[in-house]
Write a protein that binds this ligand. Structure first.
Ligand code: PLP
Length: 455
């Protein structure tokens, strides 16, 4: 038996449906509110931004949503993704824990994000859309939707957070290779971008600002729709293919996790892994501890407020109830750009409030240390975002050692770090620092949260 066992599912057993946790929630989600009327929004309010098929998934209460065959056909290129037992890491940590990881870095774009990008491109194409706009932080989402746009013949315009645009030129090159246009945000192309630049010409940008730019273009052009890589219910649903595969793969390994772990930026890869397990728990199955790990520089779940807020800085989106640092909050420029978002998926926030999910935050240097330890044991170089999940898994494995307990730990290795090697170089040269967010600026951003009567 080799040291690392790869549990491979054949493609016939690739899930035929996505799992929608809305069907199993102990309490329903708070409604999405129209900022103008203060009333819950309906599907038609979202129609300028999204194709109807995705809007219906957003509000669906069906437990299973069929994956269209053309989407499955693309998934087959890299799915089912491998589940690995990290035996060498277990040995290096001298832990009695069993550590498994689901590896999403095998997709063409290098992360879990194509799981939803492919689906979104498919539905948009079906409804006659010509162009998609979107934002990207570290560039993972931008490259995923660019890849999907190339396959389904859609134009793609990506507004990329300026600090990442400068830090990660190869991500931009990848988007352009797939045929997309990549613009540094804030840009001069939109009212929202120009407004920010007027206030602060040196703005390094944020996901909230980039979202405003992409939404503005979609809302003002009939042939253009907007695409979001995380946060929304339908995005989380598309990602559940990860956890459903993991359940079948762990069956092959004759195991079931006590703990499932994912990093959380907007919450999609964490949910994709954890929701199918939480669903089993809600339907009377075995309980799991689900742990969402975020950066302490952008501590949405652990320090944010659970309140109605806008999804973007320019206040063009509806109001959703979520953990938020305030839409005006601009997190410090950490290397895990994909985790620099002021908000969180409403479903994840809701389940944290219901105590079904735990949240914790780590500094970036301890995450890089964990990622390096992981790479030296297992060979795979984690993306800076994924390093937070690695850190969480190692912490749990060490707790098992301390307590003499053999628990089963499953974490999501959401992507590889091949485009993020500058971050590793900075770490090795001691230039990577644990940047703290500005508490006064957080309080100021929280003070600007919209007042809303609905509960
Ligand atoms: C975008 C990204 C994340 C964070 O987004 P979620 O929606 O929270 O999953 C995490 N890991 C990788 C590799 C990413 O690209």
């Amino acid at each position: 038996m080799s040291d690392t066992i790869k549990y491979i599912l054949d493609e016939d057993r690739m899930p035929k449906n996505w799992y929608n946790i809305a069907a199993d929630l102990p309490e329903p989600l708070a409604p999405v509110i129209h900022p103008g009327t203060g009333q819950p929004i309906g599907p038609e309010d979202l129609a300028p931004l999204f194709p109807m098929a995705l809007i219906m998934q957003e509000v669906s209460a069906e437990r299973e949503i069929e994956i269209p065959e053309p989407v499955r056909d693309v998934y087959r290129q890299w799915r089912p993704s491998p589940l690995m037992r990290a035996r060498r890491l277990e040995k290096a940590l001298d832990t009695p824990a069993r550590i498994f990881y689901k590896y999403e870095g095998v997709s063409p774009a290098g992360s879990h994000k194509p799981n939803t990008a492919i689906a979104q491109a498919f539905y948009n194409k079906e409804e006659g859309v010509r162009r998609l706009t979107t934002e990207t932080g570290a560039g993972q989402w931008g490259s995923s939707i660019s890849f999907a746009g190339a396959l389904f013949d859609l134009e793609v315009d990506v507004y990329m957070v300026k600090v990442s645009y400068q830090q990660k030129p190869y991500r931009r090159a990848l988007m352009e290779t797939y045929g997309a246009r990549c613009v540094a945000s804030p840009s001069e192309e939109t009212n929202s971008g120009r407004a920010i630049l007027e206030q602060d010409p040196d703005s390094t940008g944020s996901l909230g600002i980039a979202i405003s730019e992409a939404v503005e273009i979609a809302a003002t052009n009939d042939d253009t729709k907007y695409s979001l890589g995380s946060v929304l219910n339908h995005v989380l649903t598309h990602q559940t293919i990860i956890g459903q595969e993991a359940i079948m793969q762990l069956e092959m390994a004759d195991d079931y996790p006590d703990i499932v772990i994912g990093c959380a930026g907007g919450g999609s890869n964490f949910s994709g892994l954890a929701f199918p397990f939480l669903g089993e728990q809600f339907r009377g199955g075995k309980a799991v501890r689900a742990i969402a790990v975020e950066p302490s520089a952008c501590p949405t779940l652990t320090q944010g407020r659970y309140a109605y807020d806008f999804g973007d800085t320019g206040h063009l989106t509806p109001l959703v109830k979520m953990h938020t640092l305030g839409s005006a909050f601009v997190p410090p420029g950490i290397h895990a750009g994909g985790l620099r978002y002021h908000g969180m998926a409403p479903l994840v926030s809701h389940l944290v409030e219901l105590d079904a999910i735990e949240a914790r935050a780590y500094d970036q240097t301890e995450c890089f240390k964990a990622a390096v330890d992981f790479a030296r044991a297992e060979g795979v170089v984690p993306a800076p975002e994924s390093s937070h999940a690695v850190r969480g898994a190692i912490a749990e494995a060490l707790a098992c050692k301390e307590e003499g307990q053999s628990r089963s730990i499953l974490f999501n290795l959401s992507g590889h770090g091949h485009f993020d090697m500058q971050a590793y170089t900075d770490y090795f040269s001691g230039q990577l620092e644990d940047v703290q967010y500005d508490k006064d600026k957080l309080n100021a951003a929280l003070a600007e949260l919209p007042e809303i009567a609905a509960e």
